[in-house]
Design a protein around this ligand. Structure first.
Ligand code: SAH
Length: 346
């Protein structure tokens, strides 16, 4: 079965003409239905019966199955374990803010990057998601919610820049006025720092927000917790970030996960300040989410505030990420990891 959500409007026009032998306007009808949220072809009521039958035979609407769902009683954060057509699982998290709903989506099944503190990478990478599976997360959760999702962050399972082409295609699909019509300014993509892809993205000059997972200002520490740093050390990474800012004029958001005794001392804060001084950027401090197998812990509230204070005193805007969905283990990767465990144990 071909997933119709894998197609941009232009590709769907070609498919409609060449594979279905129907006039071009059918593509717009199908595309509109897909992103209005229907999951069966029979709901596409302005298509002829024979076309609907033809579609049922060889194509799918790419709806994902909700395997598990948890709703936080603290802040209404919703956490979904979704099943793909091949039986693999991914996670999406929905957060409610005063300005609307933001969904955090996955880009791969598992991850190859090997960051020491991260639950998503523990079993390695299984495969890339297709563009249709990426946008499918937004559609499935939006349908379940019954309200419009206005913002997307690609900070779930996987490394988006290790799946560049499908992620790029997703950005085209999600932006189309006949579909979800979500502007690129409402989308953030987070990367652990794949330098060639950051430069490639810079060339595309999109209005998305690029988040870069920095987590340390010194190569020795960064290489210890993020193997990617051995290939693309900090100087190269920051070179690519500066190029990105120059090309797009967009502020970069640096993520810095604070791990007690590893990267959270005042000395490390000062090193970070010196590294970023003068850059068009913002630092997002994330108290590490403890993952049982890693042994990493959060520092005290006081040490987190001291770290933030040093950055702000030096003129770098820094915020501490508010923890959401604490009662439902909403940090990425942990649900799928737990699922894997039960599967193995059974
Ligand atoms: N692969 C991408 C996006 C996925 S992770 C990236 O590396 O940016 C989204 C963010 O959560 C990253 O900054 C990642 O380093 C961070 N993260 C992963 N595990 C974490 C944990 N246990 N506690 C806090 N932050 C974590």
């Amino acid at each position: 079965m071909k997933n119709l959500k894998d197609y941009t409007m232009e590709e769907l026009e070609v498919l409609v003409k060449e594979e279905l032998e129907e006039p071009k306007f059918r593509a717009k009808q199908i595309f509109t239905w897909l992103y209005r949220g229907v999951s069966t072809f029979d709901e596409m009521t302005d298509l002829s019966k024979s076309l609907r039958e033809k579609l049922k035979e060889g194509y799918s609407t790419g709806s994902l199955a909700i395997e598990e769902k948890y709703v936080s009683s603290i802040d209404e954060t919703r956490r979904y374990l979704l099943q793909l057509e091949d039986g693999n699982h991914i996670e999406s998290v929905l957060m409610k803010y005063h300005h609307g709903y933001t969904i955090c989506i996955s880009s791969q099944v598992g991850c190859a990057m090997g960051c020491a503190f991260c639950a998503s990478t523990r079993g390695g990478k299984v495969r890339n998601l297709t563009a249709g599976e990426i946008v499918g997360q937004v559609m499935t959760v939006q349908k379940d919610l019954g309200e419009r999702i206005s913002n997307i962050v690609m900070m779930g399972i996987g490394e988006p820049m290790d799946n560049y082409d499908q992620v790029r295609k997703f950005l085209t699909i999600v932006n189309h006025p006949s579909g979800l019509n979500i502007g690129h300014r409402h989308i953030s993509i987070s990367t652990c720092g794949l330098v060639p892809q950051i430069r490639r993205l810079a060339e595309e000059d999109l209005q998305i927000t690029l988040s870069v997972s920095l987590h340390a200002a010194k190569d020795a520490i960064r290489s210890e917790i993020m193997p990617v740093n051995r290939k693309y050390p900090i100087e190269e990474l920051l070179g690519a970030c500066k190029y990105y800012i120059e090309k797009t004029n967009r502020r970069i958001s640096f993520e810095y996960t604070l791990i007690q005794g590893v990267n959270d001392t005042p000395e490390e804060a000062r090193a970070l300040l010196n590294l970023l001084r003068g850059m068009l950027c913002h630092v997002n401090l994330i108290p590490v989410n403890p993952v049982k197998e890693t042994g990493f812990r959060q520092g005290s509230k006081k040490s987190i505030e001291a770290f933030q204070h040093i950055l702000e005193q030096g003129g770098i805007a820094a915020t501490v990420r508010r923890e959401m969905g604490a009662d439902i283990r909403a940090a990425c990767g942990q649900l799928r990891a737990a699922k894997g465990k039960t599967e193995q144990e059974v």
